[in-house]
Write a protein that binds this ligand. Structure first.
Ligand code: HEM
Length: 126
């Protein structure tokens, strides 16, 4: 599309704000708090690097941490459908709390992350 990548449209500053907001909400969610580390600074740094590339920007995660292997990296954590919904609810709230990201881009981000979140589910009834 001639609109450019999602990364180009939202820019690095808005993406960083989104990730920061997301990781202030995650430890406040009762379904998510138990599986995340107390210090979320490295987690947030990795997520920002990952999303930068995922949305069409420079491949920062690859450069710093190697192949993401996202599903494998999530296997040590019990991720139920309920937890995937909780993760997406935090992302949706973070998007709403980040006015620098226009509604159309917010919807696109949410849709893209919803598709990935489904694949992280590794526990619970099928
Ligand atoms: C890491 C949970 C979905 C990207 C993690 C960690 C947890 C977690 C517990 C480890 C944090 C740490 O030890 O630093 C979840 C849950 C999800 C979910 C419950 C619900 C479906 C996603 C999605 C993405 C994603 C959809 C990407 C679009 C990442 C990345 C890391 C990570 C990049 C860092 C991996 C690394 O250690 O290098 N996640 N996650 N996660 N997650 Fe998720």
């Amino acid at each position: 599309s001639d609109k450019g990548s999602l990364y180009e449209r939202i820019g690095p500053d808005a993406l960083e704000k989104l990730v920061r907001r997301f990781y202030t909400l995650v430890p406040q969610h009762p379904d998510l708090a138990p599986i995340f580390p107390a210090d979320l600074s490295l987690t947030a740094e990795k997520q920002l690097a990952f999303l930068t590339g995922f949305f069409g920007g420079p491949p920062l995660y690859h450069e710093r941490f190697g192949h993401p292997r996202l599903r494998a990296r999530h296997l040590p954590f019990e991720i139920t459908r309920e937890r995937a919904q909780a993760w997406l609810a935090c992302m949706n709230a973070a998007l709403r709390d980040t006015p620098e990201i226009p509604d159309a881009e917010a919807r696109e981000i949410y849709a893209a992350l919803s598709r990935v979140a489904v694949h992280m589910v590794n526990a619970g009834e099928g």
